[in-house]
Write a protein that binds this ligand. Structure first.
Ligand SMILES: [Mg+2]
Length: 285
């Protein structure tokens, strides 16, 4: 019996090839075959909410995962019976950061912060307060301001900013301090009893940085923008775990973008003989 593997992956522009770079034709079919193996467990870790994950799974014919981490790590779902069930233990763990207040209450206190504009109600989550940013104020300054305002109210929050390089949209999310993609992936590792050396995360953008820069084995897909690459490298170095970050560059006859990057990272971190044989097949041609 092989020890279980957890592939935890971001969706947009990581597994889903919805960016300007082309997708290697072999990558997605091979990814689908690999995650269908009994020892491989799959988690989608995304900024999308559950409904938008369902839509993405349909539109892009994504394989059904074992877990969904939605809303930038503020909700975790597992498949139970015939539907996705929210893991309430995660809610209980992260809720104290907001001290019982909800998004609208936080938004009220943050009304004077410059450079951000609140997103539509449908984009808000139970533990995710979402804004658009403009480029008039440096993101780090906005993060500092928001953190200070909410800290003064006794809240423990995490502020995450990212950017969709395909549309130019800039985002900013306020989450409970213990939430976020990193906290959620760590929770899943414990929940599913996955050994750290059998876990790999993949991502491409700002809201993936906390995991990319952590000791969790992670791959940055080759289509990521340079700024994210620089930030991920710096963060993993500052955290003393540079070898836990792999930068996909194109290998095995694929371009390292999207699913190809995920597979390249898998071959690097979890080189089980059978997995490697699948990935290397026709490599270089
Ligand atoms: Mg992404």
């Amino acid at each position: 019996m092989k020890q279980n593997i957890l592939i935890a992956t971001d969706l947009d522009r990581t597994l889903i090839a919805n960016g300007p770079q082309p997708e290697s034709p072999r990558a997605r079919p091979l990814f689908d075959r690999i995650v269908a193996r009994p020892e491989v467990h799959l988690a989608y870790v995304t900024g999308r909410d559950l409904q938008l994950v369902r839509e993405a799974m349909k539109t892009f014919s994504l394989p059904k995962p074992d877990y969904i981490v939605s809303d930038v790590g503020t909700a975790i779902w597992c498949w139970q019976g015939s539907d996705w069930q929210r893991i309430s233990k995660w809610d209980v763990l992260i809720a104290p950061g907001w001290m019982g207040f909800d998004g609208p209450a936080l938004a009220d206190w943050l009304r004077g912060v410059r450079g951000i504009e609140i997103q539509e109600p449908v984009r808000q989550g139970r533990f995710k307060l979402s804004y658009y940013r403009d480029d008039t104020v440096a993101p780090r300054q906005i993060v500092g301001e928001i953190t200070a305002i909410l800290q003064a109210r006794g809240l423990h929050v995490q502020v995450i900013y990212s950017e969709d390089e395909t549309t130019g949209d800039r985002f900013l999310d306020v989450l409970p301090g213990k939430a976020g993609k990193l906290g959620a992936v760590r929770f899943l590792m414990e929940w599913g009893r996955f050994a750290p050396e059998r876990v790999m995360f993949s991502g491409d953008s700002g809201n993936d940085l906390d995991v990319l820069g952590s000791p969790i084995q992670s791959v940055l897909v080759a289509n990521a923008i340079d700024q994210v690459r620089q930030d991920a490298v710096a963060l993993s170095r500052d955290n003393g775990c540079p070898s836990a970050l792999y930068l996909a560059r194109g290998k095995y006859g694929m371009n390292g973008c999207y699913a190809a990057g995920i597979l390249e990272g898998l071959a690097n971190f979890i080189p089980d003989a059978e997995l490697l044989a699948m990935i290397e097949e026709k490599g270089g041609r």
